[in-house]
Design a protein around this ligand. Sequence first.
Ligand SMILES: Nc1nc2c(ncn2[C@@H]2O[C@H](COP(=O)(O)OP(=O)(O)OP(=O)(O)O)[C@@H](O)[C@H]2O)c(=O)[nH]1
Ligand SMILES: [Mg+2]
Length: 347
Amino acid sequence: MEVATEERLNKEGRRAGPVLAKNSSQAIISPSLAESRELADRVLAGDRRGVARLISLIEDDSPEACPALALLYPHTGRAHVVGVTGAPGTGKSTLVGQLARESRQRGLTVGIVAVDPSSPFSGGAILGDRIRMQELTGDPGVFIRSMATRGSLGGLSYATGDAVKVLDAFGKDIIYVETVGVGQDEVEIAATAHTTIVVEAPGLGDDIQAIKAGILEIADILVVNKADQDGAERTVAALQLMLELNHQPQGWQPPIIKTVAVEGKGIEALSREISRHRDYLQVSGRASLLRQHLAEEELWNIIRKTLVARIMDKLDRAELDQLIRDIADRRLDPHTAANNLIAQILE
Ligand SMILES: Nc1nc2c(ncn2[C@@H]2O[C@H](COP(=O)(O)OP(=O)(O)OP(=O)(O)O)[C@@H](O)[C@H]2O)c(=O)[nH]1
Ligand SMILES: [Mg+2]
């Protein structure tokens, strides 16, 4: 049955479905534990190539990734993770580039993870202009990585979360994670980040209806970027109104910051708000609650992933196809089918 899963993976590629099955079920009996240990040691010793290699293994759902991550885990939990999300083209990469520069000026080391970037990282445009990009890539205090995770079974937060942990163990003080806010992804990024920044731009969200209500649940800081363009004030006013309608009498009040990322305007203020939010998390005791919340989310993610992987391992394709036909033709209901499969695994 294992063979059937392998075949399917080979035929349909890693985006087809039970991608992460390989990882979870084989990691335990991986013969390459020595390689995992060596990789973890390289990351802890500050070896950039080791970091790049491990993140690639995470992306590929390789069996060596899990044991290496397990070894690194005690060395994680120090970095401040800042999620930057928003609609395509709002200026997230430019902002992250500027924030990274600002962090470096304050003596912090920086990790950047861009998830499913629509523009390639090497293209220059990804972090605003080419010169600033080179300034960052040539700096040993900065580690930049783009990742493709869409379609993987565990969703966005799973692989991204692991890449963030690698950079955390690597010793980066602050890690920026850029994701395009489409549907579920922005919610998922909030499950990885300590501080979530939602980026809007004029024109995209002038209308209060056009600004998704969901962003208020995840936004610790709202940014209206491209404040040099017409309509910025309208966007600010629309966000303000939404905040007022959803006013929480206690706790953190998400500020709205106007920026012109291409000119570096508003970056200092934004940076200050990130620090202020970090302090708030510490002082209010929310940091430890957040840690527990993120740990629980992650645990369930892994359980879900592992269970699905184990079910996939047990099934062969013909059996699965028959089951699906039975459900489609109304010979069997999907609840009973799923419960039977789960019962077999948990026996
Ligand atoms: N006028 C103006 N343009 C900006 C500003 N910030 C970014 N841009 C431009 O907007 C375009 C998109 O910027 P990016 O930083 O790539 O935006 P993004 O949100 O990362 O885009 P995706 O990753 O493709 O979703 C680029 O041409 C930037 O130069 C700004 O403050 N004002
Ligand atoms: Mg971008």
